[in-house]
Design a protein around this ligand. Structure first.
Ligand SMILES: [Zn+2]
Length: 405
């Protein structure tokens, strides 16, 4: 028999908090908005909105600001979210490097830093350095309300550890939930990098509202995707839903570390791209490069200058990204796919081929309706995503997390 709490209901207080959260989330997407506009967007009476807004103003979460021209040229009082009163810290953890940034809940960046570490270094040492940096920032910015941490996938979010960390065996046993649970007096929320990217695009990407479903397609050192569907991150049972990098595009293909064969990641990660580029365009790599992203950029630049070999390489990887998009469209029915991370820097060189593959391989009523874009966030989507993880969680429970008077 199913446990009764699997079909948990909502108390009236939960419902009130959900409505407050909805108002806060509308205001997060707009500079200012009137009570009447919010009432219309939420399908509630203006009297209900007035009551909910009064509470949010009282708590200092929302402020009245100037007047906004409304219906029939009538002017109404505008409302805005006091984003600057609520800061979050985002931490992006990846192989070789971690980045930490301070943002407010509108996505404004206050400061960021990057720390490189060697894979030989003990995990415990890296983590204690990271925690010390976070503590220093918490001291400097008293308005921080939560911390978001983005980890490489697949991250088992119930258990707290990363399931497969290529070339980083010492990290396999690190339990991130245990590590961060009681470290700070602020809540820490953890998700995997592609989910973080999806939240970054959802909250800070300016893709317009209303938006039903957004898929972030991460194509970099790893390949993955994150899906926000009807305002919620798609998680699955263990938090690893939408691991598109390990969907096979050739069941007889090379063996992948995950146990499958012919995984998409083996064809369109930076590693796959550069392996071929180094064979066919060795002259580009005579000079050493700082990281794979920089090496990929060299290939894109060479293609932009008209080099045929580079153009063919880029065309090939764009086709693989296109296959990935087709899978994402059939699996998640997104309104928009946003492609991000190092390979996406190929931008205009990639898009026509990706769109052609999608057109050829999906039903017109389905494929043609999906917007496919390259991420244009000015901040690294995974670091921004770490901030978005925290932002997403605090905006869902404004009374619990947001700063009050
Ligand atoms: Zn795989």
């Amino acid at each position: 028999m199913k446990k009764i709490n699997e079909v948990a209901g909502n108390n009236t207080t939960d419902l009130t908090e959900m409505n407050r959260s909805a108002i806060v989330r509308i205001l997060q997407q707009k500079d200012k908005c009137t009570r009447a506009e919010i009432a219309k967007l939420m399908g509630l009476t203006q009297a209900s909105i007035t009551k909910l807004v009064a509470y949010l103003i009282d708590m200092g979460i929302v402020s009245e600001v100037g007047s906004v021209k409304g219906k029939g040229n009538r002017r109404s009082i505008g409302l805005r979210l006091n984003a600057e009163k609520n800061l979050v810290i985002g931490v992006k953890f990846s192989r070789h490097v971690y980045a930490i940034g301070v943002f407010d809940i509108s996505g404004k960046l206050y400061e960021q830093s990057e720390t490189e570490y060697s894979l030989e270094e003990k995990a415990g040492k890296v983590l204690s350095d990271m925690k010390a940096q976070i503590k220093a920032l918490l001291k400097k910015y008293e308005k921080v309300v939560a911390i978001g941490l983005a980890l490489p996938g697949p991250y088992l979010r119930k258990e707290g550890h990363i399931a497969m960390v290529t070339r980083m065996p010492s990290w396999h046993n690190v339990n991130f939930i245990e590590e961060f649970k009681e470290e700070f007096d602020k809540p820490v929320f953890i998700e995997q990098d592609a989910n973080a990217g999806a939240l970054a695009e959802w909250w800070f990407g300016n893709h317009g509202r209303p938006l039903t479903s957004l898929t972030y397609f991460l194509v970099g050192e790893g390949v993955g995707s994150g899906v926000v569907d009807h305002d919620s991150l798609l998680l699955g049972n263990q938090g690893i839903a939408s691991e598109v990098g390990h969907i096979s595009i050739d069941y007889n293909g090379p063996t992948c570390e995950c146990g499958n064969r012919g995984c998409l990641e083996l064809y369109c990660s930076t590693m796959a791209f550069l392996k071929e580029a180094e064979e066919k365009l060795p002259e580009l790599f005579k000079e050493s490069y700082k990281n794979r992203a920089q090496a990929c950029e060299r290939v894109f630049e060479t293609a932009r200058k008209g080099n045929e070999t580079a153009k063919t390489l880029v065309e090939k990887i764009a086709e693989y990204i296109g296959y990935g998009c087709v899978t994402l469209i059939n699996a998640y029915d997104p309104e928009i796919i946003v492609i991000g991370d190092s390979i996406s820097k190929g931008n205009e060189l990639l898009l026509p081929t990706i769109k052609r593959v999608v057109k050829e391989r999906t039903l017109p009523e389905i494929g043609e309706r999906v917007r496919i874009e390259i991420s244009n966030l000015s901040i690294d989507p995974t670091l921004y995503g770490a901030a978005a993880i925290a932002t997403d969680r605090v905006l869902r429970k404004p009374s619990e997390y947001l700063v009050t008077n």
